[in-house]
Design a protein around this ligand. Sequence first.
Ligand SMILES: Nc1nc2c(ncn2[C@@H]2O[C@H](COP(=O)(O)OP(=O)(O)OP(=O)(O)O)[C@@H](O)[C@H]2O)c(=O)[nH]1
Ligand SMILES: [Mg+2]
Length: 195
Amino acid sequence: MNETEEMALKCVLVGDSAVGKTALLVRFTSETFPDNYQPTVFENTGVEVYTDGVQINLGLWDTAGNDNFRQIRPRSYHQADVVLICYSVANPNSLASVQHKWIAEVRENLPRVPVLVVATQTDLREMGQYRGNCISAAEGRRVAHEVHAKGYLECSSLSNRGVQQVFEHAVRTAINQARKQARRRMFSLNQCRVF
Ligand SMILES: Nc1nc2c(ncn2[C@@H]2O[C@H](COP(=O)(O)OP(=O)(O)OP(=O)(O)O)[C@@H](O)[C@H]2O)c(=O)[nH]1
Ligand SMILES: [Mg+2]
């Protein structure tokens, strides 16, 4: 990331198959919702966003939840600034995977990059066969805390709730991390001068 007037950030989405990573990206970038499920292999796109008057070129990297493509994922992690680990509130296995699979894989590839846990498909709490059996926000937040995520967000791409906030939060988190690192670099430079 370079911190000039125009900034470039890379955001990677991971999580189990069919939790709604692609739908989240499609909703955010094109204001539409893809009904049909087409498993992702590897995709990336970019959008321009503005945060606090700074223009940011936000690279969005979609990955495959399916483990047949796990060899490809490290390419997506390369030089990422923030990672969104997604799970579906209607799928308890996908939340278990956040704890038992995704955080380990992300940390192996990106030991210090901030992670956000993102709950998807929250509309299913209110309608359909999963109504009444979905994972609560409190449970999701507990897991986010356990994996030392920098934040926890909820969204529904279908009903377009919380989508914008996910990416706003991702951008702010990445910027904060970059500023912290810059301060640390400055501090160690000053120490070099003192000793
Ligand atoms: N009800 C509901 N369904 C959703 C939502 N988001 C995605 N879906 C549906 O869930 C299915 C899977 O969505 P995808 O976005 O393709 O899932 P994915 O996580 O990208 O899956 P992989 O590419 O295999 O890793 C599709 O049929 C979507 O229409 C949502 O917010 N609410
Ligand atoms: Mg996908």
